[in-house]
Design a protein. Structure first.
Length: 464
C-alpha cells in the first residue's frame, strides 16, 4: 500500500494539481513550527507513571516520550500477557497529550534481567557480564536467544503486541528491541570478535535464522504503527521497516565504515531510501547531549569526544525523532536552546498549505499542501476542513481525500473534498486530526495558523 502511495507522490505536481485560475487563493507561508506531533527531540517518560515529569522550565516543547520496559513486565507465562504496566505508561503519557516511542528489552546492563521469570525457573542459559557498567546485586544477564523457549516467547510477544496495539494512537513508534544490550540489537563486545573483553570470541546474538524469524514476526504483526531496527543488514532490507541510530551525532555521518550511514549505504538504496515509507529515529549519543548544542568543538573540550554536525546528520538520514534526555533534564538555555529548537523544527515533516479554492454551486474544495521538511508524515491522519461562524463555532466539517504519508519532501499535492457551508459561515479552516484525544495539534508553516481557532489554519471565507 505504501509503495503505491509513494508512486503517486512521485507524479509531478502539475499532474496532481488543478490548473491555476482566479478561483485559487494563495496562502502566506511562515517559518516551520518549532514543535509538532510525531517529530523532534523527546525525553524519557517518568519511570513511575504515577509521577509527573521533572523537565526543566526551559525544556523544549514535548510531543512524544520514551518508554522502555522489560519483557518480564508483560509476559507472565507461555503465551500469557498482562498489559497493565504498559497501559499505565501509555495512559500517563497520553494524559499529557503525547505519544510514546516504545521499546521492550530482555537485557539492560545495570538492571535486573528482563527475561520472564518462568524461563529463568526453567533453567534457560544466561550469561553474566561486567561490561557496560553491569555487575553486582541485581545485575542483568544475557540469555541464550537461540533457546527455542526464548524464541517462542519473543515471537509470541511480538504477535500479541501487534494484535493489541498496532494502530493504537497512544503509540507513535516502536523500536524492535528485545534482543541485545539495552534491547538495542547488539551484544558488543560479545559479537564474535576476539578482544580483551571477549577472549574466546563468543557471539551472544541470535543466529541469523532466528534474527530473520524475529524480523518476519515484526513485519507481520504491525501494519500501521511504524517499527524500527538499529542495524541495517541483508535481512532487514527484506522488510518494510525504519531504522534508528542510537549513536546519533557521534557515529552517524559516513566518516568510518562502521558509522551508521556507512552501514546503511552498504545495504544499498533499499536501506538508504527506507525513510520514504518508514521513519528514521534514534538517540543523540548520550555523552554528547550535554554539549552538542553549545557550538562547534565544545564536546571535544568538555567530554573528549568529537561531535558531528547534527543538522547535516538530520538532512542525510531524514531523521524524524531523536531521544535526547538532557535537552529536557537538566535542560538548555540561551544559544544552546535556540540551536535545539532549530533542530527540532528541521526534523521530520514540515507542512505548508500553498493555496486553496472553494467553488460556489458545486461545493468542491481543493487545498494544496507542500512538504518542506526532510521526511514524510508517518501516518494517514485525516485532513479536515470546517466551516465556522463569526464566534468560531463549528457549523459543518468534511474530510479531504489524500494520504499524508505519500507527501515526500519537496513535493506538493492536492487534497480535494466537498463542503456546502451553512448559513452564517464566515471562514473555512483546515487541520490535520490527531486521533489521540487531547493530543498535540499539528501546525502548518503558515501565517494563518491558529488565527481563528487553536490548532486550525485559516483558509478564508467560502465562495458565493
Amino acid at each position: 500500500m505504501l509503495a503505491a502511495l509513494l508512486l503517486l507522490a512521485l507524479v509531478p505536481t502539475a499532474l496532481t494539481a488543478c490548473a491555476p485560475g482566479p478561483a485559487w487563493t494563495r496562502l502566506d507561508p511562515a517559518a516551520a513550527p518549532v514543535s509538532n506531533p510525531l517529530k523532534g527531540l523527546l525525553p524519557y517518560a517518568p519511570e513511575d507513571p504515577a509521577q509527573a515529569p521533572t523537565w526543566s522550565g526551559t525544556a523544549l516543547p514535548v510531543t512524544m516520550e520514551w518508554v522502555s520496559l522489560p519483557v518480564s513486565d508483560v509476559v507472565t507465562g507461555p503465551g500469557t500477557y498482562d498489559w497493565d504496566a504498559l497501559e499505565e505508561h501509555l495512559g500517563a503519557v497520553a494524559a499529557r497529550g503525547h505519544q510514546v516511542v516504545l521499546r521492550f528489552y530482555t537485557d539492560f546492563p545495570g538492571r535486573p534481567s528482563g527475561l520472564p521469570g518462568y524461563l529463568l525457573d526453567q533453567g534457560v542459559e544466561t550469561r553474566p557480564y561486567t561490561v557496560h557498567g553491569n555487575g553486582g546485586t541485581g545485575a542483568s544477564v544475557s540469555p541464550d536467544y537461540d533457546d527455542p523457549r526464548v524464541m517462542d516467547m519473543l515471537t509470541g510477544l511480538i504477535r500479541a503486541l501487534g494484535s493489541a496495539y498496532d494502530g493504537d494512537p497512544r503509540v507513535g513508534f516502536i523500536t524492535q528491541g528485545l534482543v541485545g544490550f539495552w534491547g538495542e540489537g547488539h551484544t558488543w563486545p560479545f559479537d564474535g570478535q576476539v578482544s580483551a573483553d571477549n577472549p574466546a570470541g563468543e557471539d551472544w546474538m541470535p543466529s541469523r535464522d532466528h534474527q530473520a524469524l524475529l524480523l518476519l514476526a515484526w513485519d507481520e504483526a504491525f501494519d500501521t504503527t511504524p517499527t524500527q531496527v538499529r542495524y541495517p543488514t541483508a535481512l532487514t532490507t527484506a522488510h518494510d521497516l525504519g531504522y534508528h541510530d542510537d549513536s546519533f551525532g557521534y557515529a552517524t555521518l559516513p566518516e568510518q565504515d562502521w558509522h551508521f550511514w556507512s552501514l546503511m549505504s552498504a545495504q544499498g538504496p533499499t536501506a538508504t531510501g527506507a525513510w520514504r515509507t518508514r521513519p528514521m529515529g534514534g538517540e543523540i549519543y548520550p555523552p554528547l547531549q550535554s554539549c552538542v548544542f553549545d557550538g562547534p568543538g565544545r564536546c571535544e573540550r568538555q567530554v573528549g569526544l568529537a561531535a558531528q554536525d547534527l543538522t547535516e546528520a538530520v538532512g542525510l538520514t531524514h531523521a524524524t525523532w531523536l531521544l535526547a534526555e538532557e535537552v529536557f533534564d537538566p535542560g538548555l538555555t540561551g544559544p544552546a536552546r535556540e540551536r535545539a529548537l532549530a533542530l527540532n523544527a528541521r526534523m521530520g515533516y514540515t507542512l505548508t498549505a500553498t493555496r486553496w479554492r472553494h467553488e460556489a454551486g458545486t461545493s468542491a474544495l481543493g487545498v494544496e499542501v507542500s512538504n518542506t521538511g526532510v521526511a514524510p508524515f508517518s501516518y494517514d491522519w485525516d485532513l479536515e476542513v470546517v466551516a465556522v461562524d463569526g464566534s468560531g463555532r463549528v457549523l459543518a466539517r468534511t474530510v479531504l481525500d489524500g494520504d499524508l504519508r505519500a507527501l515526500l519532501p519537496g513535493r506538493t499535492s492536492l487534497w480535494t473534498g466537498a463542503l456546502d457551508p451553512p448559513s452564517g459561515t464566515t471562514s473555512l479552516l483546515l487541520r490535520v486530526v490527531n486521533p489521540l484525544e487531547g493530543g498535540a495539534a499539528l501546525r502548518f508553516a503558515n501565517a494563518g495558523q491558529d488565527t481563528v481557532l487553536p490548532g486550525y489554519l485559516t483558509l478564508g471565507p467560502p465562495s458565493g
